[in-house]
Design a protein around this ligand. Structure first.
Ligand code: G3P
Ligand code: MG
Length: 249
């Protein structure tokens, strides 16, 4: 398997849409990020009980909707009845949990890059990675929205790579694990997405010298974003695309 790579990423990627301004992982959030100037957005995807792909971060709907329960135990129809906006602000009342198709159709229409994070429900890592890759390859990959699949799960990344090896992949970590380069090579990942505070200038250099492309999450402090970018981090994943964009003008 080769290592496909996404096109050059912009310095700012909206996190879960624009998490600081609108409910995460909703269409309103994706639109907000685009309105604020983000050219790429990151969002989280899971499989429902009936194998539909939806945007949601947690394993349950409890925090980000007016419902309760595990995503893995709910059908798309159950999930679509929920209000995923009101918990954030009354301004977003009635905002539904979007499907991957809705998100991708919107991003393709706008030519916005999609960092699709496979955030599988426990035990569904491989099937979610494969389902995301198959869906993207079947309809949107190669179209106007550039695509990068990322995940913390090596099982999700491996399955995505098997299902659609042509789609670029990124490896997410919370820690600067010792064997990161071996993992990147094994999974044929082009981008390495690391928690903000793990970055040092030397580590950024090491990632780039090894031929990989560093991304930092989640960075909301403009001064830190400038520092990371000056070291060679390629894109800052942020809840506030507007603040970071203003700081790097
Ligand atoms: O993809 C970067 C970031 O979204 C990873 O963490 O928990 O916000 O999905 P999380
Ligand atoms: Mg994420």
């Amino acid at each position: 398997m080769t290592t496909p790579a996404p096109p050059a990423l912009p310095p700012v990627t909206g996190h879960r849409g624009a998490k600081g301004h609108a409910p995460e992982n909703t269409m309103a959030g994706l639109k907000k990020a685009v309105d604020l100037g983000a050219r790429w957005v990151e969002f989280d995807v899971k499989l429902t009980a009936d194998n539909e792909l939806v945007l949601i971060h947690d394993d349950t709907v409890n925090r980000t909707s007016n419902g309760k329960g595990a995503v893995a135990g709910m059908t798309l129809s159950d999930i679509r009845k929920l209000d995923a906006g009101r918990w954030f602000s009354a301004d977003f009342t009635g905002e539904p949990v979007p499907t991957l198709a809705e998100a991708m159709d919107y991003l393709a229409a706008k030519g916005i890059g999609a960092n699709v994070e496979v955030k599988a429900c426990p035990g569904r890592e491989a099937e979610t990675g494969a389902a995301v890759a198959r869906a993207l390859a079947g309809r949107w990959f190669g179209g106007p929205a550039p695509i990068l699949i990322s995940s913390f799960s090596t099982d999700s990344l491996a399955a995505a790579g098997q299902a659609a090896p042509q789609i670029p992949r990124g490896f997410l970590t919370l820690k600067f694990i010792k064997d990161w380069a071996a993992r990147m090579d094994e999974l044929k990942c082009a981008t390495f997405h690391v928690l903000d505070r793990r970055f040092t200038e030397a580590r950024t250099r090491a990632i780039r010298e090894a031929g990989y492309r560093p991304l930092a999450y989640t960075v909301n402090d403009p001064a830190r974003a400038r520092e990371l970018l000056s070291w060679g981090v390629e894109s800052i994943i942020t809840d506030y695309p507007d603040r970071i964009l203003a700081a790097i003008k």
